[in-house]
Structures are given as C-alpha cells and as structure tokens.
Ligand binder design. Sequence first.
Ligand SMILES: [Zn+2]
Length: 505
Amino acid sequence: MKQIVSWLTALVLLLSCLCCPVSAIEVGSMRYEIDPNTGEKRYTAIQIETAWGQWEWIPVYDDSGQVKWSYVCNEDGDYEWVPAEEAPTREEVALQLQARKTAVEKRFGIVIVEETPERPLDMQLCQIIHLEKAIETIPAALYEKARTALTARGKTLTILLGREDDPSVSWTTAGQYSPYDIMIRLYDVTPEVFAHEYAHLLHMTLLNSMYSAAEIEARWTALNQGAAYGGAFLKDIFITSYASTAFEEDFADSVSYLLARPEMIQELSLCRPDAPVIRKLQYARQLLSDAFGVPLSQFPDITLSQPSSWARDGVSDYQMLFPSGVFTSLGTPFHPGYQSGTTRQDFAAAAYELAETVWAQRQDSWEELYPQYPMDQMHQHNPFTDVTSRISAREAIVKLFLMGVVTGKSADSFDPEGAITRQEAAVMLYRLCQALELPLLQGESPEIRDSAQCAVWALESVRAMCSSGIMTGVGDSRFAPTGTYSNEQSLLTMVRIYRLFSETV
Ligand SMILES: [Zn+2]
C-alpha cells in the first residue's frame, strides 16, 4: 500500500466549507468552484495563450450559461480544453471508453473495474489510458511470464480504478494490492504506483510460492547490513523513506524503481558500489530473472562503471580536489560511465569548476574579476539558444564564453549534449590556461603525425596541450583530433592543470 497526503484536497475542502456556498479557486491556468453539496468541481474560467503570447482568462460559460469550452481527455490521456462545439458528445466518449477498456483488458489479460462509474466519463477514459501507459513500463517479457504464471494458477489480475481526486478524503491511498483476490486498486494511476503494487503481486503471490518466503526475506534483510525496518531512512540502505517502513514495502519500492524509474536510482547519488540498496536491486533483478526465465538484459543494468586501472589514482585525486565536481559521482547506476565520451556541457562545467578552484586559492572570485557581468544579468549575455537544460552547466558555459574560453559550434549554438572532440577539448583547455594566466610548461614539442587532420583553429592549442603534458596522444605519435575524450580522460586533465597551478603558487 502506498499512501500520500492530499493537503491540497484538505485545503480546498476547508476553503469551500468556510466560504459557502461556493468559492472560486484558481490553480494554474484554471478557475473553478466546488459545489458544496456534491463536492464536484465546476470550471468557470481558463487561461489560454493568445497569438501574441499573452495569457488571457476566458469564461467557460457564456452569459446565458451555455458551455463554451469543454475539458476533454485526448488520445494521449492528457486533458485539454477545446471549444464546446469540437468536443465529443457524451455518447461518443462512452463508446471510446468502452472500446479502450476492452482493448486494454485484452492486451494485458486483466479485468478493469470502475469503482465510481457515475463520475465523468472523460476522467474514466483518461485513467484507462494512464493505466495502459503504466503497464507498458513493466518489461514486456516479465509481464507475459508473470501473466502465464497467474493463469496457470487459475487467477486473473483485477484492476480497480478509483477516483484520482476524491474530495471526501484528505488522506488518500495511491494504490493497494490485495493478494486474496489478486486485485490492484489504483487511485493515482502512474507508472510508479502501478509498478509498486505490481511488485507486491510478483512478490506475495508468485515469488513467495515459487521459493521459500522466509528465505527471500532473510536474504533481503541480510543485505540491509543490520539496519532495521521502521522509520530509519538511510539513503544507501532504503531506496525511499517509505521503503524503510517494512520488508514488503522495501521490496516493492525497490522493484518499482528497478522497473519504472531506473533513472531515479542515479539521483540517489549512490557512489558506493557495495551500498546495500544497490545490492538489493541487484538481488531483485537476479531473482526476477531466475524466477520468470526473463533474460537479465530485459532489466535495467545496475552494474556500476569502474575507472580503468590507469585512471584510478587520478579519480581519487579528482574526488578530493572537486568534492562536488561534475565527474565526482561517475560510476553511479545509469550515470554515464568513466569510459563514456564527455559531453561538451560536462567538459565546460568541469573547466569552470577548475577556474573557481584556482580563484579560491588566489582569494579571487568571478565577482571581483568580472564585475561588468553581475550574476543576476548573466542570462542577458547568453548567446546560445540551445544551452537551457542544466542550470549549473548553463552558468558555466556563459561564464566561459565571457572569459573567451568557449565560442560555441556557431554564433548561437553550443551543442551541449554533443560529445567533445579531442581537439575541441585542447582548445578549451588552452584558452582556460590563458584566461587563468597559468604558465604552461614549455616541453619539447612532440611530433604529431596526424596533425594534418587537425583543424586550423585547433593546431596551436593541440601542440601547447601536448608539449605541456596536459593532454597525451593516443599512441604511435598520433593525437586523433576528432576522436572522443572520455570522462576519465577529462577528469585527469583537470587534475593535471590544477597540479600545474599549485606548483606555480
Ligand atoms: Zn506497498
């Protein structure tokens, strides 16, 4: 069972009671009233974008009380406002709902039961579409094997759909699994909630009858390394605080992360490959694979990336010098690994971190060195239209641009997600050294046999980076200027430049 608090619902209820008979509530781009008798929402006005990019409130009803705009569920399961004359009729929605429900039941071998059939048909239709999307996130091979196993036991999964915004409760349940009647009850129809309840089904109904339930629990709990269930939330032991409440919930939450939100595992910033939560995920992955005969490749890979042997010392140095650096959390599941090519934005962010570290040692800062570019006006100086995603990287890129370290791929594009080439890295580093006034070692200029493949704008930088030992060739006196630069190579480079700086202090 998974519970969420709907404070908003409680607040809305409270407000509507205090200001009887009805009160207008504004949430996002909609205004609505709550009928004090039925608790139903009645939309009164919506905000739409005009051709001039302005947002304008328009009434849902005209003066005579006729509906002008209808809130409908579209093919993708999203609600949208359409002019009333374009909205499907109630009968059309009813047909759509029936057809979709039958199709989803057939596709997944389930029975769908609507808990409150009197609620708006659009809402029911959208929920069916959300359910279909939620089930799709379970690896198909696993779902089919589990379905076969249920059928062999003469069972069918029932999905009971409840209303998502039930105003009669302030504490609401997102979902629930009942092993007695093989029924998943969903209020919040999202992939995460479905995967959690589905994990209970896999565990309680199937795995526990295929293996010894006590053995699964004992093995799982042993991986906690002594941490008990019941409130303690230790990020590297329990995947969420809810998971720490009980063994069954820990199992269900972990499996739901594995199946429906592998990208979230990265956000847990699990740096230790031996962390209990990682080992529990690996165990769950293996258990599901063995039990249902589904190849491991069907599940997200949670093996951790390890640095190459030649980079290990450099990685430790980097983590010490840049405790919250771009490359410090490499090796966590689903994070690009040590051997992956560095993106242009990661390289820029790491280069700027290096600059900040050098400035800090010199008791300098951006504010003192570049007072003409105050932080709150930084967006005005951003020439790149494609640098919008990660705030930390965007700030680094704009600052490096203002320092003359980066110029972008064109006047208005930086290609942040593109892999940086070795010659681009050389140019960025050479200009960074110049901007930081770091004296480069003038070693013997090494022979570069493939220098003809170097771009004209990069040749000087490539020579300078090679002769100073900041970058090295790829062997056989070649530089491979258009080859990629891996994350472990990038971080070693940052360490080398930092060392160069500290030797000159
Ligand atoms: Zn649960």
